[in-house]
Design a protein around this ligand. Structure first.
Ligand code: NAD
Ligand code: MG
Length: 396
């Protein structure tokens, strides 16, 4: 029987790192949540197992080739199975009060937008959709009366800190960065970095794409663009500070000199719990033990060793379709690095080369509809694929 206090939730990207942390929180208070739909890229067996366990009504895999496996794994459960891109959109369109958007990459755009357009509470973990089509996304979400809650730890921290004052009194938004595994490495060593080294994040356990983005600091670059859209902040209002301990997640400086920060353990269950219960609070993760903390340090980021940060600042200045191109090229580059087809410094090099090629071809128009953004994304991906062999052969 449905309880009035029950929250219906849909998990887009249920099998990933954010998806698992969300499920962990939901499992602790099963009577408080009802799961409507769950999705995954292609791991049908894992998806079916969690759909059964959570009592979901609908499960969708992105890859149509995985449909039979999903259908077989859900046989007799009463849970509807579906596959393909449209099935992800359908999952998002189904009536759930709260939707976790945790699909990796621009692939998240259409389903996340579908959830926003029916006015749901969207817990936004995915940042690529804001980089790909941020203005459009925020405009459509606002028009539909959706509530967009930032899950990304820095943005969640800023969101919480902003409630201490009015937007007009904000002087500066500060995103902290762990600096990733290569924070203290000289440029020469970073150039030789292996996949295994890049996958070893010092503080956070996350999916492979964001882990590589953290090593290149492209993650922080994407987050600057994400903050620009979420908080309607000018690029000059957004600062990045390297903070290796990952305790202070974000800060807001107000006109009077007050700096309000959110602190917490480096555990995504904290911002996810904040979004799940907002504006109330529920149990999230282990508490911080201040007496065991010896130092909290802050340093300026280095755009020479981490050119991705410079590129992200540049595309934000260029505007139009440039952030869309940056995101698309970076997705291709990270996938190529994970496949060992390019070296670590080639990630930023491929992104930069794709931006230059796109500008030369005039692909950088401002996307006016989602279809335009997806067209720019598509063109940029094929440009990046074409440029890949040339960049891979380059000695950097
Ligand atoms: P992950 O790789 O662990 O999981 C991604 C999920 O999306 C999986 O369920 C996967 O099956 C699904 N998926 C991947 N590609 C897909 C596609 N093309 N179509 C449909 N489904 C697809 O990733 P994650 O670490 O959980 O990150 C998810 C999102 O959250 C990313 O956008 C990331 O930037 C963001 N984020 C993650 C963290 C973190 O701590 N993991 C922190 C902040 C933001
Ligand atoms: Mg983050």
């Amino acid at each position: 029987p449905a309880r009035t206090s029950e929250l219906s939730v849909t998990l887009l990207g249920a099998t990933g790192s954010i998806g698992s942390s969300t499920i962990d929180l939901i499992r602790r208070s099963r009577d408080r949540y009802r799961v409507e739909a769950v999705t995954a890229a292609r791991n049908a067996t894992a998806l079916a197992a969690l759909a059964r366990d959570l009592g979901a009504r609908f499960a969708a895999v992105a890859d149509p080739a995985c449909y039979d496996e999903l259908k077989a794994a859900l046989a007799g459960s009463g849970i509807a199975a579906a596959a393909g891109e449209e099935a992800l959109v359908e999952a998002a369109e189904r009536p759930a009060d709260w939707v976790m958007a945790a699909i990796t990459g621009a692939a998240s755009l259409r389903p996340t937008l579908a959830a926003a357009e029916r006015g749901a509470v969207v817990a936004l973990a995915n940042k690529e959709c804001l980089v790909c089509a941020g203005s459009l996304f925020m405009r459509r979400a606002a028009a539909a009366g959706a509530t967009v809650l930032p899950v990304d730890s820095e943005h969640n921290a800023v969101f919480q800190s902003l409630s201490a004052g009015t937007r007009a009194d904000v002087k500066r938004i500060i995103l902290t960065a762990s600096g990733g595994p290569f924070r203290s490495w000289p440029l020469e060593a970073i150039r030789q970095a292996t996949l295994e080294q890049a996958l070893k994040h010092p503080n956070w356990s996350m999916g492979p794409k964001i882990t590589i983005d953290s090593a290149s600091m492209m993650n922080k670059g994407l987050e600057i663009i994400e903050a620009h859209h979420l908080f309607d902040a000018a690029p000059e209002e957004i600062d990045v500070l390297v903070h290796p301990q990952s305790i202070v997640h974000g800060m807001v400086e107000f006109r009077d000199g007050s700096v309000v920060a959110q602190l917490g353990p480096p555990d995504m269950r904290v911002p996810i719990a904040h979004c799940l219960a907002w504006p109330a609070r529920i149990a999230g993760a282990n508490r911080l033990t201040f007496a065991q903390m010896t130092t909290l340090t802050f340093e300026e980021p280095d755009e020479v060793r981490f050119p991705a940060l410079r590129l992200a600042r540049e595309v934000l200045r260029t505007g139009q379709g440039a952030p869309t191109v940056l995101n698309a090229a970076n997705e291709i580059a990270v996938a190529a690095f994970i496949d060992r087809r390019i070296g670590f410094p080639h990630i930023a090099a491929l992104v930069e080369a794709t931006l230059e090629a796109s500008a030369a071809r005039g692909v950088l128009r401002e996307p006016e509809a989602i279809a335009d953004a997806l067209a720019v994304d598509h063109t940029a991906r094929s440009l990046a694929r074409d440029l890949l062999p040339e960049i891979a052969a380059k000695a950097i």
